[in-house]
Design a protein around this ligand. Structure first.
Ligand code: DAH
Length: 345
């Protein structure tokens, strides 16, 4: 009877399988624990006749060893599998590193700076909180000029009796023209990128702050033809070699003559479309010959020197290049908007 039981368990052990470590532990308990089937057989050992004890003892020990070996072997395979699972797979592709994007305004500002740098313009800078002199007076704005008005300008300090003592947030980068000319005699060839502020309601088409780039070239014998050539080159570099420009007479206090420049519509190439309101042209900047009064105000002899200036809005040009419909998007920090410029640089 007991020999049959041994054979039976042996048979079971030869087919021993376990799904997982818990199942294996259950098997160990089934056979080898204090109340296990093999342990029980050892207890039965006492009841067998003495002449069988020797053979039985041997068989029982063999059975116990078989069970122990089998269970240990299965345990080892589980351990090995676990190890395999935790192994680092060095052939796996790396997780993609998320790169940030440049802001579209920075992208376009850099493009514009690069174009003018190649033409010999260097960068100049000035403060955003400015005095009346650099924003208005030195640029030939009359004391009652509407641009000084509350409607347009943010005042940091406002003086009711004497507007020339006002402190303002600069409303254009033309102030850097004055700062540069005060510091340095010609030849001057600079561009000044910077942020400007205007007291306007924020809508899709207007914002209370935006970015401009100012250009200034002062030397002997600078003519309007020089200005036109530089601006044509700029437009073709920025919008493509087939781009045409046209200059329309305009008025700015600090230039004489003054002009506004249009470029041929980048969507229809000048044929006329909804974007250019069927004119074939879109306006991109203001420019002109620096008024002699402005040169004199900054300590430059207007009988020797002449020059041109121009000013453009970076948001406006960014809109033309990327068709951004709502100005507010530029300052809302919406990652989905910025993601669209991943390929721009
Ligand atoms: N400062 C002008 C503005 O903010 C832009 C401008 C026009 C700048 C003509 C210039 C210029 O230098 O010559 O609207």
């Amino acid at each position: 009877m007991i020999f049959e039981k041994i054979e039976h368990i042996k048979q079971q052990l030869s087919e021993l399988r376990a799904e997982n470590e818990e199942a294996l532990e259950a098997l160990r308990i089934k056979y080898l624990s204090k109340k296990g089937e093999i342990t029980a057989l050892f207890n039965d050992f006492r009841t067998v006749p003495a002449d069988q004890k020797r053979e039985l003892g041997q068989k029982l020990n063999e059975l116990k060893n078989l069970a122990t070996d089998k269970i240990n072997a299965l345990k080892e395979t589980f351990k090995a599998q676990e190890k395999e699972k935790n192994k680092i797979d060095i052939t796996r592709p790396a997780f993609p590193a998320e790169l940030g994007t440049r802001h579209p305004i920075s992208v376009v500002r850099k493009q514009i700076i690069d174009i003018f740098s190649r033409l010999g313009f260097t960068l100049a800078d000035g403060p955003e909180v400015e005095d009346d002199w650099h924003v208005f007076s030195a640029l030939n704005f009359a004391a009652d000029h509407p641009a000084r008005d509350m409607q347009d300008t943010f005042f940091v300090e406002r003086n009711q009796d004497d507007v020339t003592r006002n402190i303002v947030l600069r409303s254009h980068t033309s102030s850097v023209q004055v700062r540069t000319m005060e510091r340095k005699q010609p030849p001057i060839r600079i561009i000044c990128p910077g942020r400007v502020y205007r007291n306007e309601a924020i809508t899709a088409r207007a914002h209370c702050f935006f970015h401009q780039i100012e250009g200034l070239y002062i030397d002997k014998n600078v003519s309007f033809a020089d200005l036109k050539q530089v601006l044509l080159n700029f437009a073709q570099e920025l919008f493509g070699p087939d781009t045409q420009i046209r200059l329309r007479p305009s008025y700015f206090p600090f230039t004489e003559p003054s002009a506004e420049m249009d470029v041929s519509c980048m969507l229809c190439g000048g044929e006329g479309c909804g974007f250019c309101k069927h004119t074939g042209w879109v306006e991109i900047l203001g420019c002109g010959m620096v008024d002699p009064a402005v040169l004199e105000a900054s300590g430059i002899d207007s009988s020797i020197y002449s020059g041109y200036a121009f000013g453009l809005g970076v948001e406006r040009i960014t809109n033309l290049k990327y068709m951004v419909k709502d100005l507010r998007m530029f300052s809302e920090n919406d990652a989905r908007f910025l993601d669209e410029f991943k390929s721009a640089h």
